[in-house]
Design a protein around this ligand. Structure first.
Ligand code: B12
Length: 446
């Protein structure tokens, strides 16, 4: 081979490499960046699989199943067992949001959604959505909250490739605040979920539809609200906070809002990819996986996509990587924390209004890194408090303190604060420090 030909060959090889298509949520990237994301998809998908029980159920089965089908279907075995769990859940009167997630998971697994364990999922979802927003023909605030409404509008639209109806979409649009957010507290979680729903409605709308312009303007305003919620925390870049970032990034990239800011987009994606120490709850894994893979629930609108294999003989390789972060050194420390119990007037049901009750609680010699839940167990052993929890995909949720049960049908919940600030994670992840005042407030959400 002549020298010229050899050079041409080398050049072609370099060109080929440079043009190789390594697609991510932020567009095409270098091979090394792409591989770093894919390695984590692999580890996290296997970690999520280990959280499935023998019956095929997760704590939140539809969310986990959809996530794995979108991100890493090859680690999934026995899809039918999980689908059977969903069929059963669909008949058990789940919340509106959960019902929406079931429809998406049924769609993702290519099941028959019109006869899913005897239920026509989309038809039933639309009926429930109407009931949630209207009582006796009069508009009302959704008793289960707006997050479930956004999930339901999105799931119906993605599955049926049509809008759930003008009046329902109008109610969602009305909920948007002046600054573009879909929740009073500027929550990126709510805004991202509403954007995913409206993005679908926009895509299925006819170009002559007069509502189309309104939806596009709403999406633009909502994107700005997410972009102004960007913060930098120890080299990480979040939209809202660490846990709202995956959905928010999907909402922005699906609307091409980060196309001219690829570096920023990659910084956010890398932040999601850098798992901090400690095991993440199931729901965090489910929400992170698709975005690392560059996938989103909106892809379920495409009927040409692949269905997950239903081959029962599929074997999953065992995990060779040690996915558990090392347990913190069992160094023991003395900590002292104050426990405060508050019942907000809006959640007051009569009886004694024990508005403030601070108990100094000395926990001596607990292992460093003791989570709030275990600290509360110690406090209850010393008869300083009693409490009850419910298992969820985010870990244990606190439902009752000192005999006071949060009544979810009255929108009550126990909110948890540390030194006056709402804690960013639940009692299974939060680690109190010495001198901290932990407050438990029975209050209501909107
Ligand atoms: C809506 C919502 C709430 C509502 C739920 C009631 C309602 N119907 O509106 C309320 C206001 C009660 C709530 C409370 C809290 N929340 Co919240 N919540 C959400 C949100 C926006 C959507 C959850 C949802 O409806 N999913 C869809 C349904 C169908 O799935 P589900 O499994 O049935 O959902 C249930 C659980 O998620 C549970 N839940 C909600 N939040 C939390 C938080 C924890 C720690 C646990 C264990 C369970 C739990 O309530 C949901 C409805 O029943 C998520 C955002 C997200 N990205 O998921 C944050 C989110 C899950 N919440 C969060 C937090 C931190 C809290 C609080 C700990 C805040 C605080 N300091 O008090 C408390 C929980 C305190 C407790 N008692 O244990 C974080 C969790 C992060 C983490 N790693 O744990 C998230 C991810 C928000 C965020 N981006 O930071 N939340």
């Amino acid at each position: 081979m002549s020298t010229v030909a050899r050079w041409l060959l080398i050049l072609c090889w370099i060109c080929g490499k440079a043009n190789a298509n390594y697609e991510t949520a932020c567009g095409s990237v270098e091979e090394s960046e792409y591989l770093a994301l894919q390695r984590n998809v692999d580890v996290l998908a296997r970690q999520l699989m280990t959280l499935r029980d023998n019956s095929g159920a997760w704590k939140n089965t539809p969310e986990a199943l959809t996530s794995l089908i979108l991100a890493k279907p090859d680690v999934l075995s026995d899809v039918d067992a999980s689908v059977a769990v969903l069929e059963n859940e669909a008949t058990q009167k789940p919340s509106l949001g959960k019902f929406a997630q079931i429809l998406l998971a049924a769609k993702a697994s290519c099941s028959n959604t019109t006869n899913f364990g005897g239920v026509n999922l989309a038809k039933e979802l639309k009926r429930r959505l109407n009931d949630e927003l209207m009582l006796n023909g009069i508009n009302r605030e959704p008793p289960q909250g707006w997050y479930g409404v956004y999930l339901a509008v999105g799931a119906y639209c993605i599955s049926e490739k049509q809008s759930p109806g003008e009046s329902i979409v109008a109610r969602v649009l009305e909920k948007q605040g002046l600054r573009g957010s879909f929740h009073e507290s500027m929550s990126a979680d709510y805004t991202a979920q509403a954007m995913i729903a409206l993005t679908c409605v926009m895509r299925v709308s006819d170009s002559s539809d007069p509502a189309l312009g309104t939806i596009q303007r709403s999406l633009h305003l909502a994107s700005n609200s997410l972009l102004t919620g960007i913060s930098v925390e120890k080299d990480n870049v979040w939209i809202g906070n660490r846990y709202s970032t995956p959905q928010a990034l999907i909402a922005l990239t699906e609307n091409e809002k980060l196309d001219n800011q690829k570096r920023l987009c990659m910084k956010i994606l890398e932040s999601i990819n850098n798992r901090p120490a400690g095991r993440e709850p199931e729901a965090a894994l489910s929400q992170v996986l698709p975005v690392l893979k560059g996938a989103s629930v909106l892809q379920l609108m495409n009927d040409e996509r692949d269905c997950p294999s239903r081959d029962e003989s599929q074997e999953i390789e065992s995990i060779d990587e040690n996915i558990d972060d090392p347990i913190p050194n069992a160094r023991v420390v003395d900590i002292q924390i104050d426990l405060e119990f508050i019942i907000n007037p809006n959640a007051y049901l009569g009886g004694d209004l024990a508005s403030e009750n601070v108990t100094r609680f000395d926990v001596t010699r607990v292992p460093k890194g003791t989570i709030l839940h275990d600290t509360m167990v110690l406090a209850s052993q010393r008869e300083l408090m009693t409490f009850e929890t419910k298992d969820t995909a985010w870990g244990r949720s606190l439902v009752e303190i000192n005999g006071r049960r949060a009544n979810s049908s009255m929108k009550q919940f126990w909110s948890i604060g540390a030194n006056g600030k709402s804690i960013p994670v639940g009692i299974d992840q939060f680690i109190p420090s010495h001198g901290e005042k932990i407050s438990f407030t029975l209050t209501t959400w909107s």
